[in-house]
Design a protein around this ligand. Structure first.
Ligand code: CUA
Length: 367
């Protein structure tokens, strides 16, 4: 076991969050100890001091003490508020995905973790990331709830069937760190884990370059879109366009036929593929068939990546000049690469009206 943390028994500190979480945790321990020891000592002291010395004695009456009561209210108040504040700051840091990030797609499955990089490399139960870079995981699962947990990074997040969740970290130290599933998910839950390899940027670029000729998620998505699933027959531009426009929509607000306005994030794209009639874009007919059961989670991830790329968002800022496989941006140069990159920032976290499980507003099918 690796352990060169300054707190014994703690895992190594290998992300920008680690010291914050450790300080907070250490503070909690300190507070617990600071309250427990005096209480135990007082129990023994009173136990001796107020033992029965004479039968049926009448004790003196006590009429309260403002000083005492104020003190024992204010001190715990301050203590609990500092715990709250510390927790809130750390939560805020972890929950807010930085705008500039390197995106990696994660699909959980009983009982393995599947990762795919923006350049196409796939990994199972191993994740290679560069040091000192902000990495965003966009995660979902093929079957049941799982939970990505990297103790050395002091971060974890559930992966939930039917929706996307996100997690980010910035590793601070090259090395090999445990990856676990932290949500009981069946027989081999305890075996569902692996390693995160943190590498210096140049080594990472070498590793990335040596991955063979995988399709990038964007390319795979484009292939599905134009060939395998035939989405392009309705959604490609031109006179025959019957489906909603997809270029430049990512991160924008979309007006639906029922008057609702929703944000075009990953969840929205996913839901539009699986439950198209639940969110018909204003001005279009509800003619799109559902693709539920016809696409896997990994294909959905690819489609989402492709549709994001139509808004100029390749989800991969990793490519330095040494990365030879960064073809993703050129592969869709025929599309209008107009709109905003800015929309990518708050993707998975905002409260999402499109999340499955909420019953969608009835759509007006007569339009
Ligand atoms: Cu997957 Cu536990």
């Amino acid at each position: 076991m690796q352990s060169n943390s300054w707190v014994p028994l703690f895992p190594e500190q290998a992300s920008t969050f680690a010291w914050q979480v450790d300080y907070l945790y250490f503070y909690l321990i300190l507070v617990s100890v600071a309250f427990s020891i005096p209480i135990v000592l007082a129990i023994f002291y009173f136990f001796v001091k107020y033992r029965e010395k004479e039968k049926y004695a009448t004790p003196d009456e006590i009429h309260g003490s403002i000083v005492l009561e104020t003190t024992w209210s204010i001190i715990p108040f301050v203590v609990s508020m500092t715990i709250f504040l510390g927790g809130a700051i750390i939560y805020y840091n972890q929950a807010r995905i930085p705008a500039e990030n390197m995106e990696i797609y994660v699909v959980g499955k009983q009982w393995m973790w599947k990762f795919q990089h923006g350049t196409g490399q796939r990994e199972i139960n191993e994740l290679h990331v560069p040091v000192n870079r902000k990495v965003k995981l966009m995660m979902t699962t093929e079957d049941v709830l799982h939970d990505v947990y990297i103790p050395a990074f002091r971060t974890k997040a559930d992966v939930v069937p039917g929706r996307y969740t996100t997690l980010w970290f910035e590793a601070t130290k090259p090395g090999k760190y445990h990856l676990y599933c932290a949500e009981y998910c069946g027989l081999n839950h305890s075996g569902m884990g692996g390693w995160v390899y943190v590498m210096p940027q140049d080594e990472f670029d070498n590793w990335l370059a040596g991955g063979g000729s995988n399709q990038t998620p964007v390319e795979a998505g484009k292939d599905l879109f134009t060939n395998k699933l035939g989405c392009a027959s309705c959604h490609a531009g031109g006179a025959s366009q019957r489906g909603a426009k997809l270029e430049g929509i990512f991160g924008t607000d979309i007006k639906l036929t029922n008057g609702q306005v929703v944000k075009a994030d990953e969840e929205y794209i996913r839901n539009s593929i699986l439950n198209p009639s639940s969110q018909v874009v204003e001005g279009y007919q509800p003619i799109m068939p559902t693709f539920k059961g016809q696409v896997t989670e990994e294909q959905l991830v690819a489609l989402v990546a492709y549709i994001k790329s139509l808004s100029g968002n390749t989800g991969n800022t990793s490519s330095t000049s040494t990365t030879p496989t960064s073809t993703s941006s050129s592969s869709n140069s025929t599309m209008t690469n107009t709109a905003n990159r800015a929309g990518n920032t708050n993707s998975g976290l905002s409260s999402n009206p499109n999340a499955p499980g909420r019953s969608p507003e009835p759509t007006n099918r007569n339009r």
